[in-house]
Design a protein around this ligand. Structure first.
Ligand code: FAD
Length: 401
């Protein structure tokens, strides 16, 4: 095993770390106290700086203006940018656009690539991904009510979706719809590109999540598709292949998320250690002198290190043997890292006492917004059930002494 990081990547990560520290973290108090929309012009300025530094769109294809880093390299980038809630956004590699870029690159027609992929990678527009429905379980998306029915040269879409993240202000949605109701459950759905200014694309509301509806990129919308008509040329990939394409989107996407969460862990851990070092808890004694705090610090350090190596290994597996053969590793990291992050953020917040609950530190923001990590992209329980089944299959007929 080789744990070395190339010189190129060391340089890139050092530049990103410095940018996050100097240019982004200072914006956080304003981000938390005022509307996120107020900061959009500032984020634009930061994006220009990132482009000038040639660090834009690190994981996206070179021919569309990205840096073309591979998955292992981007994993390290994602860790660095994850320290701030808008690191990925400012560097042009934020979800859900990152996943949409991947599938447009893999499955889009030349026309779709010019119209949607190019401006998306360039950061001129944003997009969203609309699969989860209000009334049906997102954990079992073959149960889906939204339909697209062919009419002349068009598809006519009807249905209700929610948790379409970042739909507010997006130029288009990639929508998962039933196109082939009679087919095998996994071949019933397709992905269709729907520009958000299409009549019948109705953004009903930004859903309040943990007490905050958010806005623009930082929001999750409910969308009502009402006789929403788009040309059949907007079909992404083949008809009935929606779930096949979704699988492609999820493997690398989980690496990006998990390493972003490791970045959050690192930030929370730094804050925890600094607070323990500085907080005088009795005359001449800091919190850092208390064994229970020392124990948390040691446990968090071990958990973060274990989680980080697991993610890097899963990324290595995806690159070397492919997403299909790396399914076990991908499921393991998804629930493992989400829980490690929750634990680390919780302990860091606890060490800060009342200060941890305020927005004077980033911890309360992470605590609110990152709880969702255990739900989206497959809830903990779904991954645990699926990975346990996979492991148990390996024991069928196997002699164990
Ligand atoms: C912040 C956030 C952002 C999101 N962004 C998007 C997005 O951009 N686009 C999009 O389409 N969707 C998005 N989602 C939706 C997300 O994918 C779904 O919430 C998720 O798939 C779970 O579906 P559900 O909410 O319908 O819960 P359900 O499917 O109803 O599941 C509820 C709970 O049941 C349990 N459970 C489910 N299945 C099993 C099982 N087999 N065994 C044991 N227990 C089980 C789990 O504890 C699960 O949490 C987002 C969600 C959140 C919270």
């Amino acid at each position: 095993m080789d744990f070395a990081v190339s010189e190129k990547m060391q340089t890139i990560i050092a530049m990103m770390d410095e940018f996050v520290e100097k240019e982004l973290i200072p914006l956080e108090p304003e981000f938390m106290s005022k509307s996120a929309k107020n900061l959009l012009p500032v984020f634009e300025e930061k994006r220009k700086m990132v482009k000038q530094m040639e660090l834009w769109a690190p994981n996206h294809p070179i021919e569309y203006g990205g840096m073309g880093l591979n998955l292992m390299e981007h994993a390290l980038v994602s860790e660095s940018l994850g320290r701030s809630p808008f690191g990925h956004y400012v560097f042009g590699c934020q979800a859900p656009d990152a996943g949409n870029i991947e599938i447009l690159h893999l499955f889009g027609t030349d026309e779709q690539k010019e119209k949607y992929l190019r401006p998306l990678v360039e950061g001129k527009i944003r997009s969203c991904f609309s699969m989860t429905e209000v009334e049906l379980p997102g954990s079992n998306p073959v149960l889906m009510d939204t339909t697209a029915v062919k009419d002349g040269g068009d598809y006519v879409i009807n249905g209700q979706k929610w948790y379409t993240s970042s739909a507010d202000g997006a130029a288009f949605a990639i929508v998962m719809v039933v196109t082939n109701p009679e087919a095998d459950p996994y071949l019933r759905a397709s992905m269709i590109i729907v520009p958000t200014d299409t009549p019948g694309f109705n953004l009903v509301r930004n859903i309040p999540v943990m007490g905050h509806a958010g806005e623009d990129y930082f929001s999750h919308a409910e969308i009502l598709y009402q006789s929403c008509r788009v040309g059949q040329e907007n079909l992404l990939g083949s008809e009935g292949h929606g779930f096949v394409i979704a699988q492609e989107r999820l493997g690398p996407g989980r690496i990006h998320h998990c390493m972003r969460w490791i970045g959050i862990c690192n930030r929370a851990f730094d804050l925890m250690c600094a607070r323990a070092r500085d907080r005088i808890i009795s005359p001449g004694k800091t919190l850092a002198t208390k064994q229970i705090i020392q124990s948390w610090i040691a446990e968090c350090a071990a958990e973060i290190q274990a989680a980080r190596l697991m993610v890097l290994h899963a990324a290595w597996m995806i690159e070397n043997v492919g997403t299909k053969k790396a399914r076990k590793e991908i499921s393991l990291i998804k629930f493992m890292v989400a829980n490690v992050m929750q634990n680390v953020v919780d302990r860091a917040l606890q060490v800060h006492g009342g200060m941890g609950m305020t927005d004077d530190r980033i911890l309360a923001f992470f605590y609110r917004h990152e709880r969702a990590a255990r739900i989206y992209d497959g809830a903990d329980e779904v991954h645990k059930v699926s990975v346990a089944r996979r492991i148990l299959r390996e024991y069928e007929g196997k002699q164990v002494r």
